[in-house]
Design a protein around this ligand. Sequence first.
Ligand code: NAD
Length: 477
Amino acid sequence: MSVADSARASRLSPSVDWLESVDPATGTVVGRVEVTPVDQIPVRVAAAQRAARAWGAVAIAERVRILREAAPALAAAVETIGTLASREMGKPLPEGRGEAKHAASVFAADVESIGRSLAPTIVEDERTRSTMRFDPLGVAAVITPWNFPVSMPQESVLPALVAGNAVVLKPSEETPLTADAWAAPIIAALTAAGHPEVLQVVHGDERQGRALVRSEVQLVVFTGSRAAGADILEAAGPGLKRVILELGGKDPLIVLEDADLEAASTFATRNCFRNAGQVCVGTERIYVAKPVAARFTELLVEKARALKQGPCDEAGVQVGPMVHGRQKAMVLRQVEDAVKRGAALLLGGAGSAGDHGNYVPPTVLANLDHSMPIMREETFGPVACVMTVAGDDEAVECANDSPYGLGGAVFGSPDRAEAVAARLATAMVGINRSCGGAEGTPWVGARHSGYGYRGGVEGDRQFAQVRVISRSKPPTA
Ligand code: NAD
């Protein structure tokens, strides 16, 4: 339902519960959506179960064709979707629009590539010919966060749909309008093909998320915090529901003594402060070799100081606000605690020029150690934490001293850096670059950063039930 429609409905039915979406930079209301009553969630899931039966019976090539039909409308809506993403969660407009544009530009190719991953595959030995099929599971609950409000739904919903599942998407309560705008062209394409309830969006907070996980779904695809992931895993247990969890991170950056310090400090500046640090693979800990620590830190502070912070629609802004006041309070609490325990505040922190509204200014801390919560708990804010280490061994030991294991980066001469990377516990590591891999590799976490993953052939196949149908081969003469 559009915002205008919702407003009309509100006048007609005052009992409706509304979710207001607020611009975190200004506090102004961006729009509102109807909250899905918790007792309606099983009803929506039952409709999805019915829809899944027909959708799952459609040949995969036809599912791909139908979904592809959404691509032009998605491309036409890029400006609307990207602007909503920025207004709802605060990222600079070029980044919101960039995220929407990227999603639209890869949409058709991704649908096709998932289709190829899930096509039946023949495996033979001397005596047996087996067909590996990747069949639908049923209904997938897809629950997403607010930090990348377009790409997170897209990356989870598309493989679920191509696999022949119906999807009930519960986007973050911080970015409901973006999710509705992104889903509308896909729902339209499915409806035009006679499958209106194959993708549904429900709105609300963790209460709706919890109800969805506990309803008759066969797959839960969750991207979000470690605590919510643990709760979901527990709830999925009794029903043995399949679960894909993409959780938080505490990504290390290791700067070796032979690193290009210009490149390393530029990377650190981008990866600590992009999206105001609200990135699952944001750099949260920097371990820098003693001989180069002073120069690296000087460059980092200089570059961080030059960043412009402000609302999403101000020209030249690179760092936005925190998504809400609770996130700001949590980040500042960690910074203040570290300073109390002896950390050096080199830039930013509470009480500096940017300390208004939901803003946390770009902050750089040094003199850190692993007794401090800021080196152990996910911060999810614009804070660079620099710790000096004696050499490669201490860097590896510190980097691995974390319950998380999502991404990481090592800067140094490539072979030495790769040898260090191989010793890290994180699932994705970039050498002199960020951690995302080549096309076809999955986005994957280790340890408490998640179970299951997406992307690449292996990732796509997790959204389907593998079935093996075998027949004997006639004996050869
Ligand atoms: P969150 O866990 O608070 O919420 C995520 C979603 O889950 C929201 O839609 C929320 O309403 C819902 N939810 C919350 N508790 C739930 C529960 N118990 N049961 C079911 N649903 C529940 O996370 P957030 O604040 O929206 O997002 C930030 C977190 O997401 C960070 O930890 C970040 O690292 C993580 N994240 C991870 C990845 C990745 O790829 N690994 C990507 C983006 C974000």
